[in-house]
Structures are given as structure tokens and as C-alpha cells.
Design a binder for this molecule. Structure first.
Ligand code: UD1
Length: 363
């Protein structure tokens, strides 16, 4: 059994990766500060697998720690070793992702996203772990790119968040060429939806700015209205085009990249994870309304600072390099995302004391 460390493993992406990789037979270590996430996500994943009689006991260990603390990271790698169980690869999700906050507080973003990553890489090197899958973002491309965006496009991020992601990509590229690390850089477009079971999803408190969670919020509170930022963009219906990709598809991409790194030597992979299709704000609303039989009230307002007309992926490279193709539709996104919100209107609400803490460890 190979053991994978997920940084930020209790978050939206991390918890879905945890479920997917446990099902695939991996052993999982998680490090998460729980600053923007909840241990309840992991506790639910464990319960779900137990109910399915899926053998997973002793295959998961959770550490509450911040990757900015290098000594704590060492404890985790040491723990694995003392259990005859080295960490074979890391999937590095941990980081901050609110664009506007990154503009207001650049130091915080450089510290969490870059310094935190450097700490992680130092400890990986010390313990001989040389495989990493990194959560990057379409934000590295910046605005005004020709769509669909290819991986070879110039990287000119227009906000601090995107710059921190680009910097970590550069560090990892150096580690590949100078130190022979296996590196997969995955550039996400707009990850949305939730696990089809409805047991895990995006915690509403942690995301108040992105369109899909706001649509769900409006659907939940029929006295609220969605503000559409601009009706005069140069697109087919005047609203912006984005690439909304189901969370389960995104995580499949991680599994494929991970398998490739573990099975075929020291690669450097840089790929987009997107559907390859631009969907307008109005199209997303209409699909949500149709699939869930619910009305979304909206009105148009002015353009949001920093937005651009269109941002969607060229995903041919991910298909050829990691054999990945999105399988879920926009309808699935809307159905699964709404199911999660409907069944968990307040997201994760349990306190630690109410949860099964047998796999939990605070260091
Ligand atoms: C935003 C970030 C991007 C980040 C991504 C994470 C900006 C400028 N970009 O991307 O760097 O990687 O989130 O998922 O913040 N919209 C509305 N009304 C709303 C909210 C959004 O009309 O209340 C529109 C926006 O104008 C945009 C589309 O919905 O056209 C999608 O917005 P959003 O979900 O915030 O994603 P991005 O802007 O693509």
C-alpha cells in the first residue's frame, strides 16, 4: 500500500481526494490547520466508507497542523517512518485562494502559499519524498488570454493569488530539473459541485465570492437576489464565460497524475483541468433552474473589478498526458452541488468533541 500525504486534506478538494484515494486503496495522511475547513469532512468520509464495508481502518491519519510550521511537518513524516510506512507522494492542496483578500493582504498570501510550500518541499527533501501533485490555478495565466487557453500560453497573473501559484510552479520546475522530482502541476479552472452522495461538499462559510456557491445561497434564501456582474461583455449573451468543472472530475485528474508519477519515473507534467467549454453566467443559472426545478432571482449590476470576458481551458494535453477527460456534465454539477446544500444547509456544523476522533491527532 502506498501512502500519500494530502496537505489541506480536510478542505473542499482535499476531502474529495481523501475519499477517492482511500477507495482506490491508498493509505492517507492528512495535514490541515482547520483554519478554513472542518474535520467533520474527514469524519464523514470515514463513516461513508465504513458503511460501504470498505476496508479503510488504519489507512488514514489526520494531523491538525499548519504547514508554515516546519517542525510539525517533520513530525508527520517521522510518524510515517516509525510505522514502517514512508510517504510516497504529496498532493499539495493547502493554501489560500481568495483573490480579493490576496490583493488586500499580499504578505499573508506569500507567507501561506509560498513559504508554506517551501517548508513542505524542505521536509520532503529531508525524508526522500520526491513526488508531488500541486494545486495550481488558471489564475496563473492572467486575463485577456486567447480562449481556449493552452498550457504554453504566457503566464502573467493579474493578482497576488495567481502570482503565488506561479512562483510555486517555478520552484517545483527547478526541483524537477535540478533534483529529479516527479512533479504534476494541475491548473484548475472553476471547481464546483459536490460528491454525488451528498456527504461532502464545499463549506459555505469558506467561499462567499464565487458564482456557484452564491447561486446555491440564492436558491436557499428566496428573498435574496444574485447580482450578475455585467451584461455587456463581448460574449454570446453578454455575460462572462467560465469553465465550471465537477469536483469529482478534478479529483480523478489528481489520481491519474499521481499514478503516473508513482509508476513511471520522474515526470514534469503541467496541465489544465477544465471541461474545455465556456459556460456563461446566464447559462449556468438556466441549467441550475432546469435541473433542480427552482427559480434563481437575479439582476444585472456593473462589471466586477478584475473580471474578464472569457476564461476556459484547452484540455487536450491533460487527455494525452494523464489520460484524463471530464465525465460529468454541467447538469451533474448543478444537481450534485444543490443536493449537498439542500441536505447540509449550514455545511459542516459538528464540534470536534461530537466526532469520532480515532484517526485525529493534534501536534
Ligand atoms: C475567481 C477568481 C480566480 C480564482 C477562482 C477560483 C477573480 C477575478 N477571479 O474566478 O482567480 O481562481 O475564482 O474559483 O476573482 N459572478 C457574478 N456574480 C457573482 C459572482 C460571480 O456575476 O455574485 C460572475 C463573475 O463575474 C464571473 C463568473 O461569475 O464572470 C465566475 O465568477 P467566480 O466564480 O468568482 O470565478 P472566476 O471569476 O472565474
Amino acid at each position: 500500500m502506498k501512502t500519500i500525504l494530502l496537505t489541506g486534506g480536510a478542505g473542499f478538494l482535499g476531502s474529495h481526494a481523501c475519499l477517492n484515494l482511500l477507495e482506490a486503496g491508498y493509505g492517507i495522511y492528512i495535514v490541515d490547520s482547520l483554519e478554513n475547513s472542518s474535520f467533520e469532512s474527514i469524519s464523514r468520509v470515514c463513516r461513508f466508507l465504513k458503511e460501504k464495508n470498505n476496508f479503510f481502518q488504519n489507512k488514514i491519519k489526520f494531523f491538525k497542523a499548519d504547514i508554515r510550521n516546519i517542525e510539525k511537518l517533520k513530525i508527520i513524516f517521522e510518524h510515517a517512518l516509525s510505522n514502517d510506512n514512508k510517504i510516497h507522494a504529496v498532493i499539495h492542496f493547502a493554501g489560500l485562494k481568495a483573490v480579493s483578500e490576496s490583493e488586500e493582504n499580499p504578505i499573508k498570501y506569500w507567507e501561506y502559499n509560498v513559504l508554506g510550500s517551501i517548508n513542505l518541499f524542505k521536509v520532503m527533501e529531508e525524508y526522500g519524498c520526491k513526488n508531488i501533485v500541486f494545486s495550481s490555478s488558471a489564475a496563473v495565466y492572467g486575463q485577456n488570454q486567447k480562449c481556449p487557453i493552452e498550457e504554453v500560453s504566457s503566464l502573467s497573473p493579474s493578482n497576488v493569488y495567481g502570482k503565488t501559484k506561479k512562483t510555486v510552479e517555478e520552484i517545483l520546475t527547478d526541483l524537477h530539473f535540478r533534483k529529479k522530482w516527479g512533479v504534476a502541476i494541475l491548473r484548475y479552472f472553476n471547481p464546483v459541485g459536490a460528491h454525488h452522495s451528498g456527504i461532502i461538499g464545499e463549506n459555505p462559510i469558506s467561499n462567499k465570492n464565487n458564482l456557484f456557491p452564491i447561486i446555491c445561497e440564492v436558491a436557499k434564501n428566496n428573498n435574496k437576489k444574485l447580482l450578475i456582474y455585467g451584461s455587456d461583455w463581448p460574449t454570446r449573451d453578454g455575460t462572462c464565460l467560465r469553465d465550471y468543472i465537477h469536483i469529482e472530475d478534478i479529483i480523478e485528474g489528481h489520481k491519474n497524475a499521481l499514478n503516473l508519477l508513482l509508476n513511471s519515473g520522474k515526470n514534469l507534467i503541467k496541465v489544465n483541468l477544465g471541461t474545455g467549454k465556456g459556460t456563461s453566467v446566464l447559462e449556468l443559472i438556466t441549467t441550475f433552474e432546469k435541473v433542480n426545478d427552482i427559480k434563481i432571482e437575479y439582476e444585472f449590476s456593473g462589471r466586477r473589478l478584475g473580471d474578464c470576458a472569457a476564461l476556459f481551458a484547452d484540455n487536450r494535453l491533460s487527455s494525452s498526458l494523464i489520460n484524463w477527460r471530464p465525465r460529468k456534465t454541467l447538469e451533474d454539477v448543478c444537481k450534485d452541488g444543490w443536493k449537498w446544500v439542500l441536505e447540509n444547509p449550514y455545511g459542516y456544523i459538528k464540534n470536534l468533541e461530537e466526532l469520532d476522533l480515532s484517526n485525529y491527532c493534534e501536534i
